[in-house]
Design a protein around this ligand. Sequence first.
Ligand SMILES: [Zn+2]
Length: 103
Amino acid sequence: MDETGLILTSDIVIQCESYKEIIFIDKDDVVEFDKHSGERPMGAEITYTFFGDKQCDKCENEIEYKIIASEYPVGAVEHIYTECKGWSQDIEKNGVEDRIIAK
Ligand SMILES: [Zn+2]
């Protein structure tokens, strides 16, 4: 049985900052590497970090992406933050907020 928690439901679309190439990152290539929890008044808050990197096919720019999402209270997505290096467009504009759900 799968663990509960936040999951990424579809591929990520980002844009390389050099020539604005559109780059697709398969959701199965995005690794959850960090999960930590803290206690708040309504119980546990769990923070998930999804991250990875990819080289642009066209300009060989190295792109790093990180999506940090918090689950609080358990079963609800509270905040989503993104951090980026090598790409110019905030992936939140591409709907990343809709791509992370609690299951
Ligand atoms: Zn590029």
